[in-house]
Ligand binder design. Structure first.
Ligand code: C2E
Ligand code: MG
Ligand code: MG
Ligand code: MG
Length: 286
């Protein structure tokens, strides 16, 4: 009896798997088409100084809405493009678009761009990135590349070389989603990063759970000792922002300050921010 049930369960699972495969093949085909048709967009989430709201830069985030399948999260389509072997062409178009937008920003603002794990172990990555930045005309020193711990782990040696090569061109490298991967501390010792982005799971809890606050405090102290800058991710409430400031974290991003917006809107935000700033300065002088 149990045998029979076991077998029918296997049938159910394999049908689910088959359905999942049909679905991801459908998404893959739509994505390949969208890349060629130039329908994958880049939006930009502001990164700000928590203390005074000044803009520091923007993180580029991929956005894709398929005409038939609707909105699809990058958390789904980026891994799919990695798996199916076309993340390189996708990243090239995304980086080019992001750089073209960033080139029009005032030069003190930086562009932060997410690298996929596969590219981190590809020795051609640095050359490709520099070639794109040069052809667009964006100074590599205004660019930050975000990588995750999981990405570093598949081939730490190769990844370390890519990181060092990127940094030799003045590109900054930040460790994304810090605290969620494994052996975080080892990564910080073995690799030359410029920045750490504290994962939003810690920020979420910072005002309700004492241990999250303690962890964030420890991360900040450690980063200061290691000469690493810090950005807190996923700040949603004024209370979280206040707590982060109190702990000594100055840079942040999150829905409290703004979701990712399209290229045109970044220009508007920059203009508004400049106007507010000069009004404040006038008021201070008056
Ligand atoms: P990530 O790099 O950690 O990006 C931050 C994610 O958190 C973004 O989700 C952003 O929209 C979301 N977020 C920002 N502030 C808040 C907040 O206050 N509350 C909440 N709940 N969420 C917030 P998104 O855009 O869905 O991207 C998901 C992930 O997909 C990214 O995580 C990144 O790993 C990946 N990704 C996105 N764009 C690209 C890309 O162009 N290339 C690569 N390789 N990966 C990308
Ligand atoms: Mg990121
Ligand atoms: Mg992140
Ligand atoms: Mg994240």
């Amino acid at each position: 009896r149990s045998k029979r049930r076991g077998r029918s369960q296997i049938t159910v699972y394999s049908e689910e798997i088959a359905e999942e495969m049909r679905r991801s093949t459908e998404v893959e085909q739509a994505l390949r088409r969208a890349i060629i048709a130039d329908e994958v967009a880049v939006n930009f989430q502001p990164i700000i100084n928590i203390a005074d709201g000044a803009l520091l830069g923007f993180e580029a985030l991929a956005r894709w809405t398929d005409r038939d399948l609707g909105f699809i999260s990058p958390a789904l389509f980026i891994p799919l493009a990695e798996e199916r072997g076309f993340i390189d062409s996708l990243t090239d178009t995304l980086l080019r678009k992001a750089a073209e937008t960033a080139k029009n920003w005032p030069s003190h603002l930086f562009l932060s761009f997410n690298m996929s794990s596969i590219q981190l172990t590809d020795p051609a990555t640095c050359h490709n990135v520099i070639a794109i930045l040069n052809s667009v005309g964006l100074d590599p020193r205004r660019v930050e590349l975000e990588i995750t711990e999981t990405a570093m782990m598949s081939d730490p040696e190769a990844a370390g070389e890519v990181v060092n090569e990127l940094r030799s061109f003045g590109i900054r490298v930040s460790l994304d989603d810090f605290g969620t991967g494994q052996s975080s501390l080892g990564r910080l010792r073995d690799f030359a990063f410029d920045k750490v982005k504290i994962d939003r799971s810690f920020v979420n809890e910072i005002t309700v759970d004492r241990s999250s606050g303690t962890i964030v405090k420890a991360i900040l102290a450690m980063c200061e000792g290691l000469d690493l800058k810090v950005i807190a991710e996923g700040i949603e409430t004024p209370e979280q922002a206040a707590k982060l400031l109190e702990l000594g974290c100055r840079a942040g991003q999150g829905y409290l300050f703004g979701k990712a917006v399209n290229a045109e809107t970044t220009y508007t935000l920059i203009k508004l921010e400049r106007e507010t700033r000069s009004r404040q300065e006038r008021e201070l002088r008056a």
